[in-house]
Ligand binder design. Sequence first.
Ligand code: SF4
Length: 319
Amino acid sequence: MKRYLALSDHFRARFGRRVQKIPLDAGSGCPNRDGTLSNRGCAFCNPLGSGSGLSSQGFDIPAQWDHWTKRYTVRHGGAPLFLAYLQSFSNTHGPLARLTSLLAALAPLPGCVGIAVGTRPDCLDRAKLAAIANFPAEEIWLELGLQSARDDTLARINRGHTFADFARAVRLATEVGEGRIRICAHLMAGLPGETEADFLATVDALAGLPVHGVKLHNLLVCRGTEMERLWRAGEYAPLERDAYADMVARAVARLAPDVVVHRLAADPAPGELLAPAWAADRRGLRAALLARMEELDVVQGAAWTPPTGETARRPEGAG
Ligand code: SF4
């Protein structure tokens, strides 16, 4: 049985076939790295800003699209549809004109049925959200990093924003998007100083907001990060795999039934992972997560309590 609403199932319901997300590196910056807020970045962020680094290697957007879509077409066969995912760094950072020219470069990409724009909650305003909402495609996702609903944790990992900033961005995107923008929140388990209860409280905090999707991540200790320093100093110990599996199973149960689960775990880039070693075994981890859901007989939404006066989350036409 389907224990949670996976992104692949959401796409099949909407488009009748596979839709492959294509990660794109647009050479964007980040206010948490360029000195606007800080030069240090988030404690877990690798120097590539969770991206491929292809932009700095001279690959423009069409070249990256060509590279990845050919690869996925060979791998999966048939004629998959694609969704352009602006993944690296904070893609709405900087002037509006930069974002509009970036979106203009995505519109003509062959086979592109939608976009996902990754950014920070403090890099959005009405004009930028309107530009995203007006993108000519059926499926528009705004991927917002939150990681934790605890402001003391956000300060500890140098996020440079608060939970209130995130909630404000979600509400503004909902208002400006008028049903066109789906919001995906990125959450992280195993943050320094946090317990399972803190992680689950963050999951619960989403219930009061018009959020349509989540990405669940286990914290990775990556090369060149503040987490590497803490880990080497013995000041941070990553989660064990079984503990993460418990957290994911309990989180899924607490999600609203129509929230799309984009990810169950982080996906380390080649060469970046220092710890925990189990995070490199993607297949084994996925099997362990699914097995734990089976053992606990978890079904998405079983432990979800709708907040009173809940704002409608579902954009028009959502499958
Ligand atoms: S906001 Fe994103 S890109 Fe910027 S430092 Fe944090 S994780 Fe990295």
